[in-house]
Design a protein around this ligand. Structure first.
Ligand SMILES: Cc1cc2nc3c(=O)[nH]c(=O)nc-3n(C[C@H](O)[C@H](O)[C@H](O)COP(=O)(O)OP(=O)(O)OC[C@H]3O[C@@H](n4cnc5c(N)ncnc54)[C@H](O)[C@@H]3O)c2cc1C
Length: 404
């Protein structure tokens, strides 16, 4: 067990500064351009790979930190730079987390590095759970994986929706129903290796925000993968299915849910980065901008908004850090992971809107970044569990009841 402390250790301070410098010099200056182009920012991700920020080593180092704080600290800085580009850099981590959370040691060693590639040859990973008719309700997946015993292969069919890096990734981690009768407990995760026949990108979504991050459908048409691509292995799956059939309530988490639960403070930290960017910008602006012969911050109406922004951002950070620490030290007791994501996501939407208000007409134009930050922030009440779903998780955790 590591002690909970608000004081970052030397390593964490160095990482914080290193990521901040990269965000300041290599992400911020090009953020507007990639938002307008609405394309995957390959040159920035390649640069991040060259300095080691986009790498399996960096992720492993952050994930093995016993305090849990290294990852949220790094992500806050990265997303302070820009959330769309931040997600382009961080998106592969969801696939890596899906593999680490469900795979055997050999599968982790073989496939997590392939989600990143090398500094010379950057690769991407995608984690494919959501479907057109199964977003919040992940137990209703229609994508089906059927075992072909004669060939020791799994045959996967279905359509995945809203997939970050979908279709452009090298490694797709796909969650599919193997025993639909069992709903969430009858699901398993598979690795679809690069170049597998039958996997194709469907429509690429044109989005409100985080436009530098690629989001697309993934179509799986008779995709055949070797038996060893089943994460965790067949024996473990058979045992799990048998247990689920015997007693339909084993309490075991579904693979997709387990991944999302563990990554919630990391998602909260991303939202925090956007909120802080907007707050800092609005604070500087309010000190500069003159109206009625004085800086607008001299009006309480503006100063109090900034005071509230500072307070809400700090409150969100405390929840994110607590959840990140608990995830490594004893686990969540009453929905702390969901609380952190919910608070940070809603704070980001609120704080970026306050920033637009403080900038007035300028805040509403694309000449200033605050409207982009507002668009970017909105995704944090939607993906990785909507705000309503987070409230559902918290309600169930605090009440012990299956609140609907
Ligand atoms: C940009 C982007 C990137 C994404 N990346 C990925 C990815 O990489 N991998 C992946 O698998 N998915 C990804 N997603 C999908 C994302 O996780 C889903 O969009 C999200 O879970 C919501 O699902 P939905 O869109 O189907 O909405 P729905 O589930 O249809 O929800 C619609 C509304 O109903 C509410 N609602 C639903 N059920 C309840 C309930 N029981 N109680 C109260 N309210 C409820 C929701 O909160 C929401 O407000 C991404 C989505 C976006 C937009």
């Amino acid at each position: 067990m590591a002690d909970f402390s608000l004081e970052l250790n030397e390593d964490q301070q160095q990482i914080q500064k290193w990521v901040h410098d990269f965000a300041d010099t290599s992400i911020r200056p090009v953020a507007h351009e990639w938002d307008e182009r609405e394309e995957f920012p390959w040159p920035v991700v390649e640069e991040a790979a060259r300095i080691g920020l986009y790498s399996v080593d960096f992720m492993a180092n952050a994930l093995f930190d016993p305090t849990g704080l290294t990852l949220p600290v790094a992500l806050e800085e990265m997303f302070w730079g820009d959330a769309g580009i931040g997600l382009a850099i961080f998106g592969s981590a969801l696939a890596a987390a899906g593999i680490s959370g469900n795979g055997t040691q050999e599968q982790i060693m073989e496939w997590v590095p392939q989600c990143y590639g090398t500094a010379d040859e950057v690769k991407l990973g995608a984690f494919c759970v959501s479907e057109p008719d199964a977003g919040s309700d992940v137990s209703s997946l229609r994508t089906r994986a059927v075992y072909d015993e004669a060939n020791d292969e799994w045959v996967i069919n279905g359509t995945k929706a809203w997939i970050t890096n979908g279709g452009i990734a090298d490694v797709h981690v796909v969650v599919a129903a193997v025993d639909p009768e069992l709903k969430g407990r009858g699901q398993a995760s598979f690795i679809v290796p690069p170049g597998t026949k039958g996997l194709a990108q469907g429509q690429k979504y044109r989005k409100h925000g985080i436009r530098a991050s690629h989001t697309a459908e993934v179509v799986l048409d008779d995709v055949r993968v070797p038996g060893r691509m089943l994460l965790g292995g067949k024996e473990k799956l058979d045992a799990k299915l048998a247990r689920a059939h015997d007693a339909r309530h084993t309490g075991e988490k579904q693979p997709a849910m387990a991944t999302f639960e563990a990554t919630r403070p990391a998602v909260g930290a991303q939202a925090l980065g956007i909120a802080r960017a907007a707050y800092e910008f609005a604070l500087d602006y309010a000190k500069e901008r003159q109206a009625f012969g004085k800086p607008i911050i001299m009006n309480q109406a503006i100063a109090f908004k900034l005071a509230d922004m500072a307070m809400e951002i700090d409150a969100a950070r405390l929840l994110v850090w607590r959840a990140a620490w608990l995830a490594k030290n004893g686990g969540y007791k009453h929905g702390e992971g969901s609380m952190s994501k919910l608070k940070a996501g809603e704070t980001a939407v609120w704080a970026t809107e306050q920033a637009i208000q403080i900038l007035g007409g300028y805040g509403y134009t694309r000449e200033y970044p605050v409207e982009r930050w507002h668009r970017d922030a909105k995704i944090y009440t939607i993906f990785e569990g909507t705000s309503e779903i987070q409230r559902l998780v918290i309600s169930r955790a605090i009440s012990g009841l299956r609140v609907e």
